[in-house]
Design a protein around this ligand. Structure first.
Ligand SMILES: [Ca+2]
Length: 571
């Protein structure tokens, strides 16, 4: 437990190192308290006259309306505030928002999906037009939950900020270790390591090559068929390229549009042009030539990839993917895959597969100039972010979570805030939740305040792979989070520093459109080039082929995109 706590503290410190200049949480002298306009419940008299209109992302099969949604009823009955919703599906959200804003026919609040599934386009433009109001003057630090997240995550001052230096959008925090390392995370099939190698994992690129060859040449799963084993599979070529590049350089990926776009000493660079990146592709090409990579990995869907990895015919020795939750299902197999770091490369070290620490914060609700009472919107948001409302709007009490056992500790070693009842994410019933459309403030204290269950057993499983523990850890609701924390511990030392990443820029419109246009062309090109260099369609060892690739990148706007990022650089 002590080591886990150390890890969490280290993660937090990493986050705090990135301290924003800060309009809201920047540590300036506290203004004389003006108090909150709505300090206690109910905020207003429940006579149906106080209403907030909101454009909200549709949840499949659900309505948010008072008559339909029990969570909405709870909010209205407690606060006295009624809501008028405009439901919009995610595919139309950006278009619909832009149309309404252009027509001047928009609600008090625009509430995009806090998970990032939809976005309000041209946000800087609409802010400059006065449609979205800056929140700097509304004493955000008077609201306890909002104040806490600004204190814990000063990067919010940048992620909520626009080029005019003001803050728009109420804060969203989604602090999760499964997200921090999600781009290019590799997993190795532990039972083969346990049964044949006494839990000794490959550490460098040469050892990995030997290990994958051994899988290729041996009936490792003991079914009499020497040819059904797959040494290496991955869900997307980009993830594999990122994983292997991190044996050679601090290659960054913070999402699709930030594959290999990094900064070195304040200069934006295209890492997918680097010699070290080319060395990683050479390594992959060699794996492919030797028959160590599943051929389907360049064309298949995530579902097909998942089906193979989790199949009962344990055949995959190592696989590379992103988001952990994609692999969690009812198959007990997933607990047998252990996270494995990038291999040490020629320099004797590797870099981790983390993203920038501010990636866990982003804007949630935007308040428009139609709102007669922005302070009421902020008060509602803060209220929805409080413990009981947050947990109740996110999961089913009594089914997915419950109050903690008295005296129990959380995964952070502090008194536990709640107890998780189910090991797997549940399906939310219709007309019950707001989910991430509420005040989504999953800060570290809250995430790691989950009651710890049998952590010692999880630790024992990770250390020994004792088969007698397999079902027990699979059924343990703490396994997902606790195992990720424990297996990620060795990431910390090799973390790529925030200064290498580019903070998701808040471009002006012209730059935003141009960068998006270039990314729409160059990202698929890079994807394809990884596949072609790996499979030998292009010869990665041939300088002419490499130079043609570099010329293509320029022709497709790579340098122009880097220049756009350079002039919008904010960190
Ligand atoms: Ca076999």
């Amino acid at each position: 437990m002590k080591r886990i706590l150390c890890l969490i503290l280290a993660v937090l410190v990493t986050g705090m190192l990135f301290a924003g200049g800060g309009q809201v949480g920047g540590g300036t002298a506290a203004p004389a308290s003006v108090g909150r306009k709505y300090p206690s419940l109910p905020f207003v008299q429940n006579d149906g006259n106080t209403r907030i209109s909101m454009m909200i992302l549709t949840s499949a099969g659900s309505s948010y309306d008072y008559d339909d949604n029990s969570y909405t009823r709870e909010i209205t009955d407690t606060t006295g505030v009624h809501f008028d919703f405009t439901h919009v599906p995610s595919t139309d959200f950006g278009t619909r928002a832009n149309l309404l804003l252009a027509a001047g026919d928009y609600p008090d609040v625009i509430n995009p999906h806090a998970g990032g599934g939809s976005w309000v386009p041209d946000i800087a433009y609409w802010a400059s037009e006065g449609v979205f109001i800056p929140l700097d003057d509304y004493n955000l630090l008077e609201y306890p939950v909002i104040a806490k997240v600004f204190h814990d995550y000063p990067a919010l001052n940048l992620t909520l900020g626009l080029p005019d230096g003001k803050i728009y959008g109420l804060p969203v925090v989604d602090d999760a270790i499964w997200s921090t390392y999600q781009f290019g995370r590799a997993n190795i099939y532990m039972p083969w390591i346990r049964d044949h190698r006494q839990m000794t994992m490959p550490q460098n690129l040469d050892e990995l090559l030997q290990y994958l060859r051994w899988i290729r040449d041996t009936d490792v799963n003991g079914n009499g068929d020497r040819n059904d084993e797959v040494p290496l599979a991955f869900s997307r070529p980009q993830y594999a390229a990122r994983y292997f590049a991190n044996s050679f350089m601090p290659f960054v990926m913070g999402g699709d549009s930030q594959f290999g776009l990094a900064q070195e000493n304040g200069r934006v660079v295209e890492q997918y042009r680097a010699n070290e990146y080319r060395e990683a592709l050479k390594y992959m090409a060699n794996l492919y030539r030797e028959g160590l990579i599943k051929q389907d990995a360049f064309t298949w869907s995530t579902d097909q990839y998942r089906a193979l990895v989790l199949s009962q015919d344990n055949v995959v020795g190592m696989h590379i993917h992103g988001y952990t939750h994609d692999l969690i299902n009812s198959a007990e197999r997933w607990v047998e895959y252990f996270i494995i770091q990038p291999m040490n490369g020629p320099s004797g070290r590797h870099w981790s597969t983390n993203r920038g620490s501010w990636g866990i914060t982003r804007p949630g609700w935007y308040v428009t100039d139609k709102s007669k009472d922005p302070e009421l919107v902020i008060a509602i948001y803060d209220y929805l972010g409080s413990d009981p409302l947050f947990l109740g709007g996110w999961h089913n009490k009594g089914i997915e979570w419950d109050d903690p056992t008295p005296g129990a500790l959380g995964l952070n070693g502090l008194p536990s805030l709640y107890s998780r009842l189910r090991p797997l994410p549940g399906t939310q019933p219709p007309n019950r939740f707001w989910g991430q459309r509420g005040a989504f403030l999953m800060y570290a204290d809250r995430r790691y305040g989950e009651q710890a269950e049998e952590v010692e057993i999880i630790t024992e499983w990770i250390r020994t792979g004792n088969p007698a523990l397999r079902t027990r850890v699979w059924q343990n609701p703490s396994y997902l989070l606790s195992s990720l924390i424990q297996m990620s511990q060795s990431h910390l030392e090799y973390t790529i520093p925030d200064s290498t990443f580019i903070l998701t820029p808040s471009f002006n419109d012209a730059d935003q459109r141009r960068a998006a246009d270039i990314s729409a062309v160059i990202n698929p090109y890079i994807d394809r080039s990884i596949a072609e260099f790996t499979t030998g369609v292009r010869d990665i060892n041939n300088d002419a082929a490499w130079n043609a690739y570099l010329a293509d990148l320029t022709r497709l706007g790579g340098e122009e995109r880097a220049a756009i990022y350079q002039r919008n650089l904010r960190n």
